[in-house]
Structures are given as C-alpha cells and as structure tokens.
Design a protein around this ligand. Structure first.
Ligand code: DNO
Length: 355
C-alpha cells in the first residue's frame, strides 16, 4: 500500500509539497492539472512539468484525481466521440509519463455536494456536513454560489466557476438522462478507453457518488454494492476499477463498507479512507479519521483492504479544519496528516498481526 496526499498544485493548494514530504509514510501525491477544463487534451509538457516539480520535492505522482469527464460523454450526445478521443490522448500521455491510476466520477452536473462547509464540532474544529432538508431548500441553480460562499476563497474541486455560468444549460442537457442511460453511457466510455488503458497499464478508478443518492432529481448510479458490481461485470477488466471512497459510500449507512471492499477484490486501485458521523437518515457530518470520533469502524475497513490483498494507493480524505488553519474546506494539512499517520498505524498493526 502506498500512502499519499491529494495535492491541487502550486498556487491552488494552501499546502506545499515540502510539507507533504514531512508526513511520515507519505510517499507521493495524487494531483491534477486543475486549470484544464473537462474535455480538453492535457498538454504533454504540462504533465511532465507537474511530474518534475513533484519529484524535485522527493515525492512521486502516484495517480491523477481527476481527469474529469465532459458532459457530452455522460449525456451521450453525438459529439462525445471527439471528447472520448481527447480523453484517450490524455490517458496515452499520462501513461507515457509513467502515471498509472486515474480517478474520475460520473455524476451529472454536480460533483460532491454539501450543505455546510464549516460545521462546528464539539471540540471547536469545523467539518463538511450534509443535511438533505437544507439541500431541499436550495434552488439547484444557486448551489454553486452556496458552495462557494464558505470556501475560504478557494475554488472547490468539482465546483469550477466556468460550470456555474452554464448551470441552466447543464440541467437541460441531463433532463432525459435516467439511470439506465447514464449507466450505458458510462459503459460505452469505458469500453472505448480499454485499449489505451491496456497498452499503458492505466487503472481507471471511478469515484462513488457523494452523497450516495440522487440529488436535485439528477440520476446517480455509483451508490452501493449492487451498482458497483454491475459496473465491474459490464466491463470485466482490471483496468475498470473503483476509488473506494469510504466517506461517499458510507453516507448511506446501509452500505456495509468492509463487505463492499471484499466484493471488489482485485478492482480497487485507489482508496479514500475517512470517517463520518451519522445524525439521521440524509444527515451526516464528517469527523476525524479516528473510529471513536465518528460512526465508522476504521479498523474493520483497513482490515478488509488488507484481507483482499490491497496493494494500491490510499489517501486520507477530507480533514477537519483545526488549529486555526485556513485552507480549501476538507483539504488542510493538519488533520489529513493526522489521518495519514493513523491509517498507517492501523495498517502496520494489521500487517504485523497477520505475519
Ligand atoms: C471531493 C472529492 C471529489 C472527487 C471526484 C473524483 O472532495 O472526493 O471531488 O475528487 O468526485 O472525480
């Protein structure tokens, strides 16, 4: 297992590569070219520059999160062919640069969604939170604004402003896209990119929908075990894998995460491991990584990963804002560094117990 941290790039992230390098056990970063809109081909020189910069700090680029998918591919409009061709070129270049894991999502219009980006916990830290009743009060067209207001001035991943301007058009595009159609479009895309993934050994890792149910009436298909297994079967190849995100799948307490992990043996190249606290159905807040701080059993999660022989990349996920740090919500240094150490500790103990 390789422990990593997500890094958004210089000038975008409040955390530096030098800081990441000093977290014990963190070997690399998961990064992206944040400024390139979905659908455009990534220039080779930018990929190489990013790699050189990360390597100069003593870390490696161990995966990309994300190469975003253009809406034409999700909706299945005729121009998807051009966008798939562009995606293939980007994958080819990433493969040539020695990058072998790509995380992406297939959520319509919105990426991850929260009703509060700074909910206070009893210890004074703040976390991201979701309450369906609050979301129901928001006009989806104002959702970008509502997410942006508490983002400490940072652009949130998946909430790029250029999409905000097109929100009406985006909703319109998806109006006839039900779950079956979205699923078929995903399979079409995955089949088209299989050859390039095979040639360059690139493991595609779909990120589950967050939260794990439809929001604003938009279809959502990566929500639990059954759907994940259906997707694994539809394109039955190790290059069609999953980003096992405990927080996203775990937003629905009916998702038994250790069981889902066991059912996905051989298909998890990337794991996002974090905890959250359930308040009521459709109402949760994030927590420290420690089991005792939230509702999930992190030991059981790590144990299930160990049991299936997980040898992919892992990262702590959203952290709390602690010790006065100002960062992109969920992506400060301190709490994610604590998360990485805690997860590394669990992993070491599990490995030694099973020697
Ligand atoms: C939020 C992230 C997501 C994730 C994408 C993957 O913090 O987990 O934005 O990166 O859904 O494409």
């Amino acid at each position: 297992m390789d422990m990593t941290l997500r890094w958004f790039g210089e000038g975008v992230d409040s955390v530096s590569l030098e800081q990441i390098r000093q977290i014990p056990g963190v070997k690399g970063v998961i990064t992206t070219l944040y400024d390139i809109p979905a659908g455009e081909v990534w220039p080779m020189e930018r990929i190489l520059q990013m790699k050189e910069q990360v390597e100069a700090s003593g870390l490696k680029v161990l995966g990309i999160e994300s190469v975003n998918i253009h809406d034409a591919i999700k909706v299945g409009t005729p121009d998807r062919e051009q966008y798939i061709a562009n995606y293939i070129t980007t994958l080819e270049r990433l493969g040539q640069a020695g990058i072998h894991v790509v995380c992406y999502n297939f959520m319509p219009v919105f990426d991850w969604t929260r009703s509060d980006l700074a909910k206070e916990r009893p210890d004074g830290s703040t976390v991201l939170a979701y309450n369906q009743k609050e979301i129901d009060k928001i006009n989806p067209e104002n959702m970008f604004q509502s997410m942006g207001e508490k983002s400490n001035g940072f652009e949130l991943p998946g909430w790029e402003p250029e999409r905000m301007a097109r929100i009406k058009e985006l909703f319109d595009m998806y109006k006839d896209v039900d779950e079956d159609r979205l699923f078929d479009n995903l399979v079409y895309f995955l089949k088209a990119i299989q050859p390039v993934c095979e040639t360059y050994d690139i493991k595609m890792a779909i990120h589950p929908d967050d939260p794990a149910w439809p929001v604003f009436g938009l279809a959502r298909i990566i929500t639990g075990k059954e759907r994940l297994l259906k997707l694994m079967k539809a394109v039955d190849s190790p290059f069609n894998g999953v980003t096992l995100c405990t927080g996203s799948l775990g937003s629905n307490p009916e998702n038994d995460i250790p069981d889902i992990i066991r059912s996905l043996k051989g298909r998890i190249p990337f794991a996002h491991v974090r905890n959250l606290q359930y308040n009521a159905p459709g109402d949760f807040q994030e927590a420290a990584h420690l089991s005792a701080d939230g509702s999930m059993d992190m030991y059981e999660i790590m144990k299930a990963l160990y049991d299936i022989g997980f040898d992919g990349i892992m990262r702590p996920d959203h952290g709390r804002a602690v010790w006065g740090e100002v960062s992109m919500p969920g992506y400060g240094l301190y709490d994610r560094a604590m998360g990485a150490c805690y997860l590394n500790g669990l992993w070491e103990a599990i490995c030694k117990q099973n020697r």
